[in-house]
Write a protein that binds this ligand. Structure first.
Ligand code: URP
Ligand code: ZN
Ligand code: ZN
Length: 461
């Protein structure tokens, strides 16, 4: 056996127990109260949790968007993820106009191949539907891409219309794929944005005021209704507010397969951040925008009670200097997105588990097990069990942390969480049986991350 982790406490989505873990050839090969067999290296995990590696199913690395590229590529972004205890991610390959889905996937494969230090998969975002693209949907599923994103916002760029969404859902239902929607009413937002700009309202806070919760709730409800008409499941990405959550709950209570995620920024940051002095509010320009604080408690309860299934990051970093500042005179030119890939697990553990808003096993479910199940990676990933990939995090629940852009590994000149303190740090991170992070040192190698050919979508995984 290559490694033996002794004295740790294994935590999965269902159980918390003391046991040793044996690793060989990249896999977990034994779990027992005491493993007798010798190992190349014995790691004492006393006082540590042994968690399944985090899975972030919503990232944008090296993504062309609003005249810029997101500032983390697959090397810097996956290194930052690893420091934060995330060992798999699923990124969005965005179809350009007139591009095929295969061509799109190839483009993103090339971005990742020699750079990723953790395993990665892709969703394809369909932005230009035609018959050829429709035929490619089952081919994508066969190639290990069983999820597609549709934008109901970003009019004139990524947005598709309701008819296209319906056609895609008809096809994905048969092909065994899950459609993920960015739910905001792009037509109305376009008018709101132009009206505000015409009135000379150009500061970052108008980004939020041009994208009200009603626009998110309307598109969430519409997307769900279109999915119901097609008889297909649907997944709502980056849900931010009580109005949209109410639409999800209503559909779930009526028995429809509606799934949704939120992100740490919507649990911890608010509209008030847009009012920070100078142009600082631009750091929080993302879509949908940060909401009123009254939404925090509703979202935490959604996570605790099961109405929301996943916490992802929507990591889409743009530097404050040189990228965000393109919108100094016009909020609509600020590239939308913010960093977060490195801090998802620490933030959710500290704010959720330490502050008793969610339980320890639910935390594991939200950051690892549920994303693995919904996105075709379970049980290879998402739990600690014999036969699974040895993607493991030795997590110190007592270790303090302070988040700052001065020391983070994300390739971006700020963090929305500057100065945030808490307890709970990934101490040692294994990817496929190799230690890639240990005590704040990176030990991995670019190009060792593998493409994850994911299984078709099954609601009952
Ligand atoms: O502002 C955001 N969220 N940027 C990334 C693209 C998206 O909509 O997910
Ligand atoms: Zn989106
Ligand atoms: Zn996104």
């Amino acid at each position: 056996m290559d490694y033996k982790i002794v004295n740790g406490t294994i935590v999965t989505a269902t159980d918390t127990y003391r046991a040793d873990v044996g690793i060989k050839n990249g896999k977990v090969v034994q779990i027992a109260k005491k493993i007798k067999e010798s190992a190349g290296e014995v790691i004492d995990a006393k006082g540590l949790y042994v968690l399944p590696g985090g899975i972030d199913i919503h990232t944008h690395l090296d993504m062309p968007f609003m005249g810029s590229f997101s500032s983390d590529d697959f090397e810097t972004g996956t290194i930052a993820a690893a420091f934060g205890g995330t060992t798999s991610l699923v990124d969005f390959a965005i179809q350009g106009k007139r591009m095929s889905l295969k061509g799109t996937l190839n483009t993103w494969m090339k971005k990742a191949r020699k750079k990723a230090v953790i395993d990665y998969g892709f969703h394809v975002a369909i932005t230009d539907l035609n018959d050829r693209v429709m035929n490619e949907i089952p081919e994508m599923v066969a190639m290990g891409v069983p999820s597609f994103k549709c934008f109901l916002a970003y009019k004139g760029a990524l947005m598709i219309d309701d008819g296209a969404l319906y056609r895609i859902l008809q096809k994905t239902k048969k092909a065994g794929a899950l459609v993920m929607i960015h739910a905001e009413n792009g037509d109305v937002l376009d008018i709101l944005i132009n009206d505000l700009l015409a009135q000379g309202k150009t500061e970052p806070k108008y980004h939020a005021l041009s994208r009200p919760p009603e626009a998110e709730a309307e598109a969430t409800g519409r997307g769900i209704a279109i999915a119901q008409m097609a008889g297909a499941p649907i997944y709502i990405v980056h849900l931010t507010c009580k109005e949209a959550l109410a639409k999800v709950k209503e559909a779930r209570d009526a028995g429809f397969p509606v799934l949704a995620e939120t992100c740490p920024q919507y649990l911890l940051k608010s509209y008030q951040n847009y009012l920070e002095p100078g142009f600082q509010g631009a750091k929080y320009v993302m879509s949908p925008p940060l909401r009123d604080k009254s939404n925090w408690d509703v979202l935490w309860k959604g996570l605790a009670y099961g109405d929301l299934q996943v916490v992802s990051t929507d990591h889409c970093p743009f530097n404050f200097k040189g990228q965000k500042d393109k919108g100094k005179k016009n909020f609509a030119l600020i590239p939308n997105g913010a960093p977060g890939i490195e801090h998802r697990i620490m933030l959710l553990f500290h704010e959720g588990v330490n502050k008793k808003k969610i339980g320890l096993n639910r935390f594991v479910e939200l950051v690892s097990t549920a994303p693995a199940k919904l996105f075709g990676l379970f049980p290879q990933k998402g739990t600690v069990a014999v036969g699974t990939d040895a993607d493991l995090v030795l997590f110190d629940p007592k270790a303090p942390f302070k988040i700052t852009a001065k020391t983070h590994h994300q390739n971006v000149d700020y963090t929305p969480y500057e100065g945030f303190t808490g307890k709970g740090v990934p101490k040692t991170v294994f990817s496929n049986g190799q230690i890639i992070v240990n005590d704040g040192k990176f030990l991995g190698k670019p190009g060792t991350g593998r493409f994850l050919k994911r299984r078709p979508f099954r609601l009952t995984a």
